[in-house]
Design a protein around this ligand. Structure first.
Ligand code: ADP
Length: 393
């Protein structure tokens, strides 16, 4: 038996896990798995480091009533049974909200858990699942080291102006500020940038994390200087189902003219907007690209228009642009989206090579591009595993 760390990443409708050796600094997981479509019909998949599907055993068929808690209660003993050679010595969790207090990975104690509970209203669709995962592990093995890794921590290096809303200061003082998210993904990209950019990595870089949830981060010296997400993960870019930036007057209109209450508005803005709302077809970029429907194309165009506008809007926070990095499901795989975004940024010195772009190459900037343009896979799990190893030592 060898020592391993388990990472858990509980999203709104998915639960991902990975197992890493604890005594080597490898960013490569030995096993990864996922429950998808939780809330409808959960589907389990698990694969080895080389991508081979592994035996699912008792998890091959799952009841459609199973929620995150129930699935975790099944997963933990399944891991022990099926992969007994992995002695788990620590569990690392992706936790979406760490507020202003948690500036880095933190060992979970009862007091920490209480503080994280108080942040639930700031991330109502994600934080409860993250905390449920921590509790499920504590019940399974009460003495196991658990580390919380926050999506907000990476952004705590921003200057005050980048974090402030122009609202009465008493509200800002009580924590109504721009926190920013996707910090584990940005931390991973910041870590590997020197491999691809050399000394340029420490200059002015914007990273576009384009997935179901999408956001941007402007970095200098590989630290966050500004980001497109704000108080919640609803702000900024168009997302799969989330609206992104919205005139707050629209919310007042929905309340007054449409008599919608907070839950109805939350449901509309978090689950029925974004690519799904605009297209009326799907939240999935791949599906929209394959569709001939004019509204599918409009949703893609809006996604790219907003992304280019917000990339340009972040440039003042870092005083220029030396490199643009695309990552996450859409950023890593959609040549069309990258092309449409970059076409709108040619005045900034961004130009891409069509062939390299269509091949999802790492360097997709054309020879005359003043700005380096890269496609890099993200690896949030590797950041969580590293935090666990640092604590275990
Ligand atoms: P999450 O935020 O759930 O982790 P991902 O980073 O996995 O999301 O991104 C999911 C998105 O990536 C979906 O919209 C999916 O359609 C898109 N995507 C994945 N592969 C492709 C592809 N080849 N072409 C276009 N879009 C893709």
């Amino acid at each position: 038996m060898s020592d391993h760390v388990l990472t858990l990443n509980a999203g709104s409708s998915s639960l991902k896990f990975a197992i890493f050796a604890s005594n080597t600094p490898s960013a490569q997981a030995e096993m990864t798995g996922k429950f998808a479509s939780i809330g409808r019909q959960p589907v389990f998949s698990v694969s080895s480091a080389d991508g081979r599907s592994l035996d699912k055993g008792a998890l091959a068929t799952l009841d459609n009533t199973f929620d995150h808690e129930k699935l975790l209660a099944l997963l933990l003993p399944w891991l022990a049974q099926h992969h007994g050679r992995h002695r788990i010595v620590a569990v690392g969790h992706r936790v979406v909200h760490g507020g202003e207090r948690f500036e880095g990975p933190t060992r979970v104690t009862e007091a920490v858990l209480d503080e994280l509970e108080r942040l639930v209203p700031l991330a109502p669709l994600h934080q409860p699942h993250n905390l449920a995962a921590i509790r499920a592990v504590a019940e399974w093995r009460p003495d196991l080291l658990q580390i919380a890794c926050f999506d907000t921590s990476f952004h705590r290096t921003q200057e005050r102006l980048a974090q402030l809303f122009a609202i009465p200061h008493a509200l800002s003082d009580e924590g109504v500020i721009r926190y920013g998210f996707h910090g584990l993904s940005y931390a991973y990209i910041a870590g590997v940038l020197p491999e691809y950019l050399g000394p340029l990595a420490d200059r002015r870089v914007i990273v576009a994390h384009l997935g179901n949830g999408s956001s941007l981060c402007a970095m200098k010296e590989r630290k966050s200087r500004a980001t497109s997400m704000g108080f919640t993960a609803l702000d900024g870019l168009v997302m799969g189902r989330r609206c992104g930036t919205l005139d707050p007057g629209v919310i007042l209109y929905l309340m007054r003219a449409k008599k919608m209450d907070a839950s109805a508005i939350e449901d509309m803005l978090y689950r029925k907007s974004g690519l799904l709302g605009v297209s009326g077809i799907s939240n999935n970029m791949h599906v929209l690209q394959d569709s001939k429907a004019p509204r599918a194309r409009e949703a893609i165009e809006l996604y790219c228009y907003r992304a280019a506008s917000l990339i340009a809007g972040l440039v003042p926070s870092i005083g220029g642009l030396d490199a643009l990095v695309f990552t996450a499901g859409i950023g890593e795989n959609s040549a069309l989206v990258r092309q449409l975004i970059c076409d709108r940024l040619d005045w900034l010195g961004v130009s891409i090579d069509g062939k390299a772009n269509s091949e999802n190459a790492v360097q997709i900037g054309s020879e005359q591009s003043r700005v380096k343009v890269l496609v890099l896979p993200t690896n949030e799990e590797a950041i969580i595993a590293k935090a666990c190893r640092d604590y275990s030592e």
